[in-house]
Design a protein around this ligand. Structure first.
Ligand SMILES: Nc1ncnc2c1ncn2[C@@H]1O[C@H](COP(=O)(O)OP(=O)(O)OP(=O)(O)O)[C@@H](O)[C@H]1O
Ligand SMILES: Nc1ncnc2c1ncn2[C@@H]1O[C@H](COP(=O)(O)OP(=O)(O)OP(=O)(O)O)[C@@H](O)[C@H]1O
Ligand SMILES: [Mg+2]
Ligand SMILES: [Mg+2]
Lengths: 264, 264
């Protein structure tokens, strides 16, 4: 069975894209078959995986607007076991375009349901994991991801403003769970850009663990410049520099995610 | 005359809120009368100025939905010459609520026009500057800010992904200028979170100056942990630690902004 995880947080710049790319690569490296669905109009996950804007024929916009299937839109990356459905700037218009549509929250869920049928007929590739990289907002595109997902993985930057948004995010997850997707759960919260040189990181980490307990992964992603250099080469950190502290942390996160999936 | 500046960039976490709060405080410190309009549902600018969520009676949501005037919603901060109109989580619903409204892009512009009339009658405070802190998206709320503003100030984090979004942002500014607000211009681009220890910051800074020339401020805001600690005390960095490198940079940015305004 495919496990669908939405990587979401409406606070900007907390490491959603970086986590989606590097967690997906780490899972693929240990033999899981993975698809990244980039639904952010910025298209950072697509670029970070080496898919230039000019080469994006079918995109997640076409999938959401029901003009392409997942199988048609998915393209290979240079990483074995990892495919991506790139984003498009047209995603910025989805909120207005779907304003009248009755099933506006279910477009992605329905596309994934059709994909499961295609797989069962042998017309499409099975994925063990589908990671959805969300934009920094709680708009209809992110709601589509939460409605289609089995679980939400929340990257949380070790900064004060990032803490402030957590309550609003949790409330939105509860709303989606209550009305659109009763099976939705929190896969976990991963602390990102942790800087042991500064107290603020420690305070935020302690605060989050006190409130959310074992929902917070043991793995903490350190601030590591190699991680932010990698996308300019169109590569995940794991390919750019697998020995750096950031890459090592994402490998640990992957094994923790797999551990949680096994003991679910 | 009031100068209205939208602080905008759809890339998340680039320093929009931090720039709005600290530039506003620096302008207020040199005697300019300033209002910050927080239109991001996250409400980080409101919190960073010490306005707790529980004490926000009238908000920018009420102003956009035409239920309160600017004068009614503005409240004082602990900083002389600086007022704020706080945000509300209800802002997240504006896109859907205004989907049918004919004048959906002009709500803020019209509210500011009414404020000018109130000021001329002596019923409201005149502001030299109004800074609008925008959410990380190009939705109807940000379009409202660009339609109401005289100019856009763009914080740009010295990171690869931040560069990628610049073209889309510039295209949006041109679209707004072409149809909704012909007077709109770019006030300037400020490089933020510059870290001289890492090459990436230098490369991004050089790249941006090559493409955008003197649209980029000479002042560069360094990465400085004191800047990110300040909001947890409800204070701008200038109040929390006026000697730190971040605060000094924002004072320099304020004098550069004033210089540009004088020679416009
Ligand atoms: N562990 C890390 N160490 C250093 N830099 C990092 C790390 N994680 C992410 N970054 C950098 O921080 C910036 C923000 O990260 P990223 O773009 O992944 O966040 P995001 O939540 O996807 O942003 P948005 O809200 O715009 O979608 C990027 O420039 C990225 O390269
Ligand atoms: N010069 C700086 N040095 C260190 N940290 C900074 C600096 N500027 C901003 N920060 C921190 O970086 C994070 C992102 O900044 P900020 O929240 O201002 O960005 P934003 O663009 O408003 O984010 P969003 O897209 O979510 O609205 C915050 O935690 C902030 O405290
Ligand atoms: Mg992202
Ligand atoms: Mg902000």
């Amino acid at each position: 069975k495919t496990r669908v995880i939405a990587v979401a947080n409406q606070k900007g710049g907390v490491g959603k894209t970086t986590t989606a790319i590097n967690l997906a690569t780490a899972l693929a490296a240990v033999g899981e078959s993975v698809l990244i669905l980039d639904i952010d109009a910025q298209g950072n996950a697509s670029t970070g995986l080496g898919v230039a804007a000019s080469s994006r024929k079918l995109t997640s916009y076409d999938v959401i607007m029901d003009e392409a299937s997942l199988a048609e839109a998915a393209i290979a990356t240079r990483i074995p076991n990892l495919s991506v459905i790139p984003a498009s700037v047209d995603l910025a218009g989805v909120e207005t375009e779907l304003a009248q549509a009755v099933n506006r929250a279910f477009r992605l869920r329905d596309a994934l349901a059709r994909h499961r049928v295609d797989v069962s007929r042998g017309d499409a590739t099975h994925y063990d994991f589908i990671l959805i990289d969300c934009p920094p907002s709680l708009n209809v595109v992110t709601i589509n991801a939460m409605t289609a997902a089995d679980a939400v993985l929340v990257p949380l930057q070790c900064e004060f403003f990032a803490l402030e948004g957590l309550t609003q995010l949790m409330r939105t997850v509860d709303l989606v769970k209550g009305s659109l997707n009763p099976a939705l759960e929190i896969q976990g919260i991963v602390l990102t850009m942790y800087d042991q040189r500064n107290n603020l990181s420690d305070q935020v980490a302690m605060d989050v663990r006190t409130h959310l307990g074992d929902k917070v992964y043991a793995t903490v992603i350190p601030r590591n410049v190699r991680v932010s250099e990698a996308p300019s080469f169109g590569k995940p950190a794991l390919l750019y520099d697998h020995k750096c502290s950031g890459s090592q942390a994402y490998m640990r996160l992957a094994s923790e995610v797999l551990q949680r999936e096994r003991t679910r």
